[in-house]
Structure formats: structure tokens, C-alpha cells
Design a protein around this ligand. Structure first.
Ligand SMILES: Cc1cc2nc3c(=O)[nH]c(=O)nc-3n(C[C@H](O)[C@H](O)[C@H](O)COP(=O)(O)OP(=O)(O)OC[C@H]3O[C@@H](n4cnc5c(N)ncnc54)[C@H](O)[C@@H]3O)c2cc1C
Length: 412
């Protein structure tokens, strides 16, 4: 039977960051990484919008994203792999009620040294071609139907932006597989069927199925970087309900359209969030648009629904930015969020009921920007037994039963 010191389930940006940072910090044990995909990054990392922002109100998210942005900024230099890093800003827009709560968040951002500006409606309009903050020109029935209000102001974060998480995953694995004395083993096209445990509940390895058939592998530690598929794996491993993650799998779609018009400013727009959480950003000469569907069930279904853009998102966009009425849908895709129900934040560190089982799951739609820093913290935990430079304790699995949730006070 093969034996490894660590087996990692999942070769997305999360698994990649963990393995690279372990080796960078001097881990000398043997590592096996397993993924069912045919290549590195075939899960959420491949379908992400790749947005990053340092506008948060909880210290842990603030710390992870501030550190994450500096890692991503230097990624090409350190790793030799381009990740399309664009620090083109984020622009959040608000109706009056939410806008009145922004001063409280602004105090937090100021004390955290975040570079941001509060925009008047005129400044918002100057940044996004054709956007109208007022709603006087919208038919009152349409306004009511779409539940739209005037935009009262905006928050512009200039250090925010976007990158390609898939390329970052590739970069992490390229370096991890070649640059260190210990060479991890990467096995793709391999389904992990179950995590194995001993009588005390300690994780002891995996049962998996690849080209060579079924195999049981022994491991000193098992790391789950397996996104929304984690609970299915734990259930298949015989774990009872109280051991599972409080996460649900939720379909999230992205839509690629052409620009509304020839205005050259589209090339430099920030990632902009408007009515009902619709967001859009520049993407290689196109607009990339997303919006969470409110009634998305807990399901691993990833069927792409182009009608959702045509019949719901664009209806709102064309009232806010009339020129977008002519935007043609060119392409799109669907993937999954691993949404942590209680507080929408990641679950990181050792599983309290299962020694040797390391968790990096439940990113709830912000794992691309957080996993570069998380990998550093988890590597510290594995190597030294504790967090050294990045304390991930607030995001421990046991916070749910302890009633110690990490809630963003102002959700932006
Ligand atoms: C549409 C969309 C937009 C997003 N936008 C943003 C954004 O703007 N900013 C941001 O920060 N985040 C965003 N996210 C979230 C972000 O993409 C994820 O949090 C991040 O990619 C998670 O990385 P991961 O490595 O944990 O998971 P994944 O990339 O999903 O990797 C998990 C891997 O585990 C493998 N796996 C699971 N179970 C098994 C098994 N039993 N056997 C073998 N292999 C297994 C899967 O094949 C997969 O490759 C977005 C996500 C989506 C879907």
C-alpha cells in the first residue's frame, strides 16, 4: 500500500496554494494531490470572476484579502506565471438606506489603512459610461417591478481588481512540482471515494479510483480542498451529520457580452456592483456579468441558463445603463459556490472531531482572493502546529457549535 505524509483532495487554487506554501516553508514530507479533473483547476477556480477586494469589515477577511492582493500583485515575478492581474478597482453603488450605513464601514476601512473614496452620484456616472444614478426616466411600473431605486452614492476601492484564479492554480502546481527537493505526486482523473478513519476518528488515508482501478492510500494527514463536493465525500466516508460542513452547493453563472457601445472607457472600468447585486467587469474586450440567483437550491447542478441573463439581468441593466439593451450574449458558464450557511465565510484548519483532517472549504464565493494567504496560514499550522503570521483561528470549523460566527457587519 502506498503511504504519504499528506494527501490533498482538490487541485484548485486552494489545493495549489496549500501545497506550494508547505514546500516553500520547508515541509519535507511526501505529498499526494488527487483530483477527478483531467487537469489542474477544473472546479470553481476555472469559472470564477476572479475579483479581489480589500473592502471588508471583519478583521480576518480584511487581513486575508490585503495579504492576498500583495501576493497576487507579485505572483508573476515570484512564480513565473502570468495571472492577468488588473488592479482596476471595485465600485460598489448603494441605494439611500444602505448608503446611510456606509460611514460606519468607512471608519473601519480608514483604521485598516484601506485606500477608498466615497463617490457622489455624479462621480459614479463619470466612471461608468451611460450609467444613470437617477431613476426619473424609468417607467414607474417598471421601477416597481424591478424594485429599483436611485443610486445615492458609491464606494470606490482603487486597490481592488481581478485576476485569473485558474492560472494562479497552474502557477502554484508548476512551482510545487518542480522547484523543491520534495516532489509532490499529482494524480488527475482520480475520484476520491472516501476518507478513511481509525477507531479514534483520526484520518488515516483515502480510498480512490483512477486509471489503475481502486486503491487505498495511507496518509499521516488528509487535506480537503474539495469545495462544494466536500459533504458528499464525508458522507461517503461514513461521517455522521454532526461532522459535516454547514455548506451548501449553489450554482453561480457568468455571462460574457460585447460592450454596449464604442466608448473607450469600457476598457478601464472597475468591477462595478449595481442593482440587486449585479456585477460586471472588463474581460478581454467584453463585459463579464454575474448575479446570484436568489432561490438557488442546494444542488451540484451546473446547467448554464442563458435566459437568466436575457430575461432577468439585462432587464435591470438596460434601465440603469440604457446602451446595454443591445449587448449581445456571446458566451457564459455555470459553476458552484460552496456557501457556508451560517456566516458565508471559509472553514479552515483541523476538523475538531477528526485529528489529521485539514479543512480548506466553504469559501462562499471569495476563495480565489483569499486562498493565496490561507495557504500560508495552513502551511504554518501543519509544519509548526500553530499559526505564525496568519491566524486563521476565527475561521475554525468549531465556531458554528461555539456560536462564534464571523459576520460581516456591512455586507458589500
Ligand atoms: C461563477 C463564480 C464566480 C466567482 N467569483 C469569485 C470572485 O470574483 N472572487 C473570488 O475570490 N472568488 C470567486 N469565486 C469563488 C472561487 O472561485 C472559489 O472560492 C475558489 O476557486 C475555490 O477554490 P478551491 O480550490 O477551494 O475549489 P475548486 O477550484 O472548486 O477545487 C476543488 C477541486 O476538488 C476536486 N474534488 C472535489 N471532490 C473530489 C473527489 N471526491 N475526488 C476527486 N476530486 C475532487 C474538484 O474536482 C475540484 O477540482 C467564484 C466562484 C464562481 C463559481
Amino acid at each position: 500500500m502506498r503511504r504519504f505524509d499528506l494527501v490533498v483532495v482538490g487541485a484548485g487554487i486552494g489545493g495549489g496554494s496549500l501545497v506550494y506554501n508547505l514546500l516553500k516553508q520547508g515541509f519535507t514530507g511526501s505529498i499526494l494531490v488527487v483530483d477527478r479533473g483531467e487537469a489542474v483547476s477544473t472546479g470553481a477556480s476555472a469559472y470564477s470572476a476572479g475579483g479581489f477586494r480589500n473592502l471588508w469589515t471583519t478583521p480576518i477577511n480584511q487581513q486575508l484579502c490585503t495579504r492576498g492582493i500583495s501576493i497576487l500583485k507579485n505572483f508573476q515575478d515570484e512564480m513565473g506565471v502570468g495571472i492577468g492581474f488588473r488592479q482596476s478597482g471595485y465600485l460598489f453603488t448603494y441605494y439611500q438606506d444602505a448608503w446611510s450605513r456606509i460611514p460606519a464601514a468607512a471608519e473601519i476601512w480608514k483604521s485598516n489603512g484601506v485606500d477608498f473614496e466615497l463617490f457622489t452620484p455624479a462621480q459614479v456616472e463619470a466612471m461608468i459610461p451611460g450609467l444613470r444614478c437617477a431613476v426619473d426616466a424609468v417607467d414607474p411600473d417598471v421601477l416597481e417591478y424591478l424594485n429599483m431605486e436611485a443610486i445615492a452614492g458609491g464606494v470606490y476601492g482603487k486597490d481592488c481588481g481581478s485576476f485569473d484564479p485558474s492560472q494562479a492554480a497552474v502557477g502554484y502546481f508548476e512551482r510545487a512540482l518542480t522547484d523543491f527537493p520534495v516532489k509532490p505526486v499529482l494524480e488527475l482523473n482520480t475520484e476520491v471515494l472516501a476518507v478513511t478513519f481509525d477507531a479514534s476518528g483520526r484520518a488515516t488515508g483515502l480510498r480512490m479510483k483512477g486509471h489503475g482501478g481502486e486503491e487505498t492510500v495511507e496518509a499521516g494527514m488528509v487535506a480537503l480542498c474539495s469545495g462544494p463536493w466536500t459533504n458528499n465525500l464525508l458522507k461517503a466516508s461514513g461521517c455522521p451529520a454532526e461532522d459535516l460542513m454547514p455548506i451548501i452547493a449553489q450554482k453561480r453563472m457568468m455571462f460574457l457580452t460585447d460592450f454596449p457601445d464604442q466608448d473607450p472607457r469600457w476598457e478601464n472600468i472597475p468591477l462595478t456592483i449595481i442593482d440587486q447585486g449585479i456585477y460586471f467587469k472588463y474581460e478581454s474586450g467584453n463585459l463579464l456579468i454575474g448575479k446570484a440567483k436568489s432561490d438557488t437550491p442546494d444542488s451540484l447542478d451546473t446547467t448554464f441558463e442563458p435566459d437568466y441573463y436575457v430575461e432577468e439581468i439585462n432587464l435591470v441593466m438596460q434601465e440603469r445603463m440604457p446602451a446595454t439593451a443591445t449587448c449581445k450574449l456571446k458566451s457564459g458558464w455555470a459553476s458552484l459556490y460552496d456557501t457556508t450557511g451560517p456566516d458565508h465565510n471559509a472553514i479552515l484548519g483541523w476538523h475538531a472531531n477528526h485529528p489529521g483532517l485539514l479543512l480548506q472549504v466553504g469559501y462562499s464565493g471569495h476563495g480565489a482572493m483569499e486562498s493565496p494567504a490561507v495557504g500560508i496560514g495552513l502551511a504554518e499550522l501543519v509544519i509548526t502546529g500553530g499559526y505564525r503570521t496568519i491566524d486563521l483561528t476565527p475561521l475554525r470549523w468549531s465556531r458554528f457549535r461555539e456560536g462564534d460566527l464571523v459576520k460581516e457587519t456591512i455586507v458589500i
